[in-house]
Design a binder for this molecule. Sequence first.
Ligand SMILES: NC(=O)c1ccc[n+]([C@@H]2O[C@H](COP(=O)([O-])OP(=O)(O)OC[C@H]3O[C@@H](n4cnc5c(N)ncnc54)[C@H](OP(=O)(O)O)[C@@H]3O)[C@@H](O)[C@H]2O)c1
Length: 329
Amino acid sequence: MRTQAIQISDFGGPEVLQAREIELSEPAQGEVRVRQHCVAVNFVDVYHRIGQLHGDGPRPPFVPGVQANGVIEALGEGVIAGELKVGDRVTYANIGIGSYVGHRNLPAERLVKIPDTLSDELVAASYLRGLTAHYLLKRLYKVQPGDHVLIHAAAGGVGQLMVQWAKALGAIVIGTVSNASKAERARSLGCDYPIVYTRENFADAVLKITQGEGVPVVYDSVGRDTFQDSLRCTRPMGMAINYGTASGQVEAFPLQDLHSKSLSVCRPTLRTWIAKQSDLHWASNELFELLSLGGLQIDVAAQLPLQEAAQAHRLIEDRNTAGAIILKP
Ligand SMILES: NC(=O)c1ccc[n+]([C@@H]2O[C@H](COP(=O)([O-])OP(=O)(O)OC[C@H]3O[C@@H](n4cnc5c(N)ncnc54)[C@H](OP(=O)(O)O)[C@@H]3O)[C@@H](O)[C@H]2O)c1
């Protein structure tokens, strides 16, 4: 069969995202074919498009995208009937690149069923981001009640979930944002101290809030523009986590810089934290439970037809959106 797709033929600006039709074979052994209802736009799609490679990034030509959800249309050989069936609503994240398509064949073992209580749109907005918040807050650094935590880009997609989840764990949340309306949104989600980091130095503000001590953990998704100041406001024996590079990759610095405060630095990726199926299901269940109870919200900043993927990339790169962008095949 043929299906719609967005393809990248060269690294470059949003204009390199071109609509095409591609051929899709029947699902192979262990695969199912999914008719996709919602394709998520994640910031990593921008890194892939511009060629900001993290070692093993894709090279053109390729279909971008790391997350989507939809309905199973066909089962390949060897898929255990009963575990997954035609008509099931399923989601996935980080099964290789290629989610900007109408239909896709996917390995059954990496798909997770969506509870009836959750809409396709909510899952598209929150799934990969929520799995990320889960490992960052509950595994990599285990947030304790009373911890001050610093979350950069606190009104962004991951940021919104991080703020609410950290708050639910009992943290005192400090968040950075680029303008006043994002500060308001972060505050309404539970951020105790929103800092507009385009107007004031956030490290100075954090040190003031924590009476000179600094925070035990910084969740830094901005990277190049923020990381040195993130280290400056991390308290002795604290952890500075660089989990995203929206402003570019962190420049190399001497390891010795960590010595005087005994700091830990980490550069993690979700892929490793959900590589085991048991971890994938554990994190998915905890996320779905919280979403079902209304304990986490996320704004859907825009919903666009799949063919308008270029516009979606412009929106996310211009920093004008708060929350998530979804493409509809
Ligand atoms: N390592 C992992 O496991 C993992 C997994 C998922 C996501 N991530 C990372 O998490 C971050 C958030 O992802 P998301 O998809 O939810 O995106 P997003 O937060 O909706 O968008 C990125 C945000 O970064 C901020 N930003 C700061 N400097 C920027 C710049 N120069 N250009 C563009 N934006 C800039 C903007 O917020 P302000 O305007 O408020 O500054 C922007 O809204 C990304 O960095 C992503 O790579 C990492």
